[in-house]
Design a protein around this ligand. Structure first.
Ligand SMILES: Nc1nc2c(ncn2[C@@H]2O[C@H](COP(=O)(O)OP(=O)(O)OP(=O)(O)O)[C@@H](O)[C@H]2O)c(=O)[nH]1
Ligand SMILES: [Mg+2]
Length: 443
């Protein structure tokens, strides 16, 4: 990594951390740094895989640096709040002292880089292999199913009514592109919580890209979808303009991002809001699983494939983590772990066959609810994220296995505020962050 002189003198482990908007990336990174800064305190010191790591400190500064100060400020000042939402990539660097015997020639320092980027961009992995026509076909299949079919009904009908061979109306295209982005944004949040929202940069463009400069939408009309006899779109037609701008998006935006950043990754963490998807119901669960399958597929490609080269060169470990499990009682936290294992069983098996270690974990970066015993049944107490008021709730009881058809729906969970009294010099209360670090950092 040329951007850091440290990279040349000490070994660097770069870990990608991603997840859809609000999955808990920034909070997790803040908590991971806090754990590494307090390596010899708390449960991390009990992880035998990490017992050579003695002291970690966050390296301030550098380009695109993760704002740990802001995360700490939010979580440890009164009134406590969660880190603010982020819209671009950043890197947190933590230098760690390694305890070696005096005669060892191995390095006595190690740098961990946590690379935070939006999951929306990871989802673009799915479209890297498509041409424009395949893109339209895939999206046509998705919008044929509920809830997308109903949520986007009028937009879908309008896109299907356009004859791709006729001259493009650029004003109408601009409006349709905005409406497509709005449709994606609506699908992403409650009550739908869908995951496969493409193109990802329509939702989160990043600092260097303006989707309006290269507008395109999926066209579902004659000649694009369901017509094998591929014919060229006439110059200046809807089809030609959308195709050219799709190609620009794929080749000059999505692909360079992976080219630039995935070469240097040693491990990848994908955060999912499984509890959120479970409260949205089976359609959200199915869509999330399909999205995960889609983005994990390239990890299996052979090195003859350009994506295979990118992924297989270094990335050997992948963790898929269901976040925010502090919303559950301890027994249900265990059940969520086994639900997640059965939910992703086939994917785990497939990656294992390709020698990629995929671990699925149920975690909480900052435990924000406390258990109380009320009349024999357990319940939880925390504070409301919006107004800080105390809330007392009985979390849902989870089944111990995931139904094969994903026919599962739980009640919506409250949104909690972080707990008061967090301190940088103490390990934040959390669930399984120590195990996640042990998996990612084991030598
Ligand atoms: N109870 C609980 N809530 C959490 C935890 N982590 C995140 N949250 C909630 O999830 C929200 C989003 O967390 P962030 O860490 O900002 O998530 P993000 O993925 O960085 O979000 P964007 O930057 O907007 O994409 C927070 O505002 C909290 O409401 C956790 O460990 N426990
Ligand atoms: Mg964030």
């Amino acid at each position: 990594m040329s951007d850091s002189f440290l990279a040349r003198s000490v070994p660097v482990t770069r870990i990608g951390i991603t997840g859809l908007s609000q999955a808990g990336k920034s909070t997790l990174i803040t908590s991971l740094i806090n754990h590494l800064e307090n390596l010899r305190r708390g449960s991390l010191s009990a992880q035998t895989d990490l017992d050579l790591l003695v002291h970690g400190h966050w390296l301030r500064g550098g380009e695109h640096s993760f704002d740990y100060d802001a995360g700490l400020h939010a979580l440890t000042n009164q009134p406590v709040r969660w880190p603010t939402s982020t819209t671009d990539w950043s890197i947190a660097r933590i230098e760690i002292n390694v305890d070696r015997p005096w005669y060892s020639l191995k390095p006595r320092k190690r740098v961990i880089e946590l690379f935070d980027y939006p999951g929306e961009w990871l989802l673009d992995l799915m479209l890297l292999e498509w041409d424009y026509r395949q893109f339209c076909e895939a999206l046509w299949a998705w919008v044929g199913q509920e809830p997308r079919h109903t949520v986007g009904a009028s937009l879908i009908a309008e896109l299907a009514a356009i004859d791709p061979l006729t001259s493009v109306d650029t004003a109408q295209l601009a409006v349709l592109q905005e409406r497509w982005a709005d449709f994606l944004a609506e699908c992403r949040i409650a009550p739908y919580q869908l995951s496969r929202n493409l193109p990802g940069r329509f939702l989160l463009s990043g600092r260097d890209f303006d989707p309006a400069e290269y507008p395109f939408v999926p066209l579902f009309g004659l000649g694009v979808v369901g017509n094998d006899a591929a014919h060229d779109f006439p110059k200046g037609s809807w089809g030609a303009v959308c195709q050219a701008n799709f190609d620009h998006y794929r080749n000059d935006q999505a692909r360079p991002f992976f080219d630039q950043h995935f070469r240097a990754l040693d491990a990848q963490v994908i955060l999912i809001d499984l509890l959120g998807a479970m409260s949205a119901g089976p359609a959200a669960l199915k869509d999330m699983r399909a999205a995960l399958e889609g983005v994990l597929e390239p990890f299996r490609y052979q090195s003859g494939h350009w994506l295979g080269q990118l992924f297989r060169r270094r990335i050997r470990r992948v963790a898929v983590c269901a976040t925010k499990i502090d919303h559950l009682l301890p027994d249900d936290q265990h059940r969520l772990q086994s639900l997640l294992e059965s939910y992703l069983y086939e994917t785990v098996q497939r990656l294992a066959a390709a020698s990629i270690e995929l671990k699925v974990m149920a975690i909480a970066a900052v435990q924000s609810a406390q258990r109380v015993e009320a009349g024999g049944t357990g319940s939880l107490i925390g504070r409301d994220k919006r107004n800080g008021e105390k809330i007392h709730f009985t979390p849902p009881t989870l089944p111990s296995t995931m139904p094969h058809n994903l026919n599962l729906k739980i009640d919506e969970l409250p949104q909690l505020a972080p707990p008061a009294g967090l301190d940088r010099a103490q390990v934040f209360p959390s669930r399984r962050i120590d195990q996640l670090l042990a998996f990612l950092l084991a030598e």
